[in-house]
Design a protein around this ligand. Structure first.
Ligand SMILES: [Zn+2]
Length: 312
């Protein structure tokens, strides 16, 4: 599937969507979101290096968007999201909620799962609780922009108790509806299929959640963690591993990346399909590219080996 925001086949000339957020395009050098949303795209054609596509889909990698990196934005995160939606974009963000995590049941403890079961019995935060996509609970460290999307009227949230994605905008349902506890990266696959882009807003490649999909495409299994299912009993769910080493993809992804400054914030825009394809190729060629700087990181060790040995 390859569609534009309004369902028509994509292709042809694309107008600006990110450029309206660039202060020097407004000729005012201000980055107030209210101004941003009203900026005429004609002002931006002189700055094609800043432009992605109108109707583009963007996501921001963990911790997704550093609102603080902008300096100050009038209207805060809600105004940021509104500015994108006003450009007919669909916005998709990770909205993880580890407050629903429970310990692994004794009968379901796969090997090579980035977890020493003897050392840590597991989180207790989710005991007695059951996740539902209607919940607005989100980890505090996810940041203000994902929280704003989660509170957006009509937003979609994925069916995954620990690592849901949420989206607002015309393609929100298309991107989100396939997510399941045992298909954590379905929204990212949909993002790739829809021709979306990743926008890293003041954060680096080590914050790029899409690279977990590249790991899976390279043949790795996602790790297993646990949360209560609809019946209130623990169920295994897929989750990502350690991303602290993802900055090492910089030489791989740099040629694909368009950068611009938005206020004090450096934005990096990467086309999702090319990014995952080239990152997956890099992982196949050099598996340790994902390994972080901690020699004893059990999650990175087990990911490099291919992930959990699970019967599923
Ligand atoms: Zn690590």
């Amino acid at each position: 599937m390859k569609v534009s925001h309004d369902g028509r086949p994509s292709g042809g000339r694309r107008a600006s969507v990110l450029a309206p957020l660039v202060p020097y395009c407004t000729k005012t050098r201000r980055y107030r979101a209210r101004t941003i949303a009203r900026t005429n795209e004609r002002d931006c054609r002189r700055h094609p290096q800043c432009c992605a596509g109108r109707g583009a889909i963007w996501t921001a990698g963990l911790p997704h968007a550093s609102l603080g990196s902008f300096g100050w934005v009038e209207g805060g995160a809600q105004a940021m999201v509104a500015a994108f939606l006003a450009e007919a974009c669909t916005v998709i963000v990770p909205t993880f909620s580890w407050g629903f995590a429970v310990p692994p049941p004794a009968s379901d403890r796969p090997a090579r799962n980035g977890w020493d079961y003897d050392e840590f019995p597991g989180p207790a935060a989710g005991l007695g609780r059951v996740y539902n996509p209607s919940s607005n609970e989100i980890d505090r460290d996810m940041g203000a922009v994902p929280a704003a999307v989660l509170l957006w009227p009509g937003r979609w949230r994925g069916d995954h108790p620990l690592s849901s994605f949420s989206a607002a905008g015309p393609l929100a349902g298309v991107l989100i509806s396939a997510q399941r506890p045992w298909d954590v990266w379905a929204p990212l696959r949909a993002l790739v299929e829809a021709g979306g882009s990743v926008v890293l807003m003041g954060v680096g490649f080590d914050s790029m959640t899409l690279l977990h999909l590249a790991e899976q495409m390279a043949g790795r299994k996602p790790f297993v963690r646990w949360a209560n299912g609809p019946d209130g009993r623990p169920m295994g769910v897929q989750v990502g591993g350690c991303s602290n080493g993802f900055h090492k993809f910089e030489p791989v992804l740099r040629p694909l990346t368009t950068s611009c400054r938005v206020g004090n914030s450096l934005w990096q825009v990467v086309p999702a399909r090319q990014a995952v394809e080239q990152a997956a190729a890099a992982i196949r060629k050099r598996p340790r590219i994902t390994h972080c700087a901690a020699p004893g990181c059990g999650r990175c060790r087990d990911a490099v080996l291919g992930g959990p040995i699970a019967p599923r």
